[in-house]
Design a protein around this ligand. Structure first.
Ligand code: HEC
Length: 151
């Protein structure tokens, strides 16, 4: 390809690369159904014996301004060990790291979880999710953190 047609091709790509049309763009609710609902329930209220509720304003308000970081860490690094949520103990299943999903899609899911399901206003950005992927905290620290002892 000569220089001119290369520039032409790049210009064409530039012109057409952009956001997907709204109908095709994945939104947080749809991504949640595809990715999280099998374990956490279609409405995020959890499945006792399997996975805890994500619609749990008490948890997120305990975490306060650290809620976005906790969510980013759990989604990217997973969680294991015993936790108690809304009076139910969960220890049977390990939450696997959601490594098959892009940080951009996890950011959309976060907006759905913290905003739609919990009425919150703070969500992790794509960059914060990338940071969590690059610098995972030990799961023991995440468990302590959710129980009110911040790292
Ligand atoms: C294979 C099943 C599975 C999938 C898929 C899954 N999770 Fe989980 N998740 C779990 C389990 C099990 C736990 C509890 C782990 C424990 O007991 O330590 C958990 C815990 C969590 C917690 C911590 C809740 C708390 O009370 O501290 C969050 C937040 C969470 N998951 C978010 C998500 C999101 C968001 C998705 C989708 C991107 C997702 N999970 C996908 C099984 C799953």
């Amino acid at each position: 390809m000569n220089k001119r047609s290369l520039i032409y091709t790049l210009a064409l790509l530039g012109c057409c690369a952009g956001p997907l049309p709204a109908s095709a763009a994945p939104d947080g609710a749809a991504l949640f159904q595809q990715t999280c609902a099998a374990c956490h329930g279609a409405d995020g209220t959890g499945i006792p014996g399997l996975a805890p509720p994500l619609a749990n304003p008490e948890l997120w308000s305990t975490l306060g301004p650290q809620a976005p970081r906790y969510l980013a860490q759990v989604m990217t690094g997973g969680l294991s060990g015993t936790i108690t949520s809304a009076g139910v103990t969960y220890s049977a299943l390990v939450m696997p790291p959601q490594s098959q999903i892009s940080a951009a899609d996890l950011a959309l899911i976060s907006g759905y979880v913290l905003g739609t399901l919990n009425g919150g206003k703070l969500y992790p950005s794509q960059a914060e999710i990338e940071d969590a992927r690059a610098q995972p905290l030990p799961r023991s620290e995440l468990r302590q953190w959710r129980n009110g002892k911040k790292p």
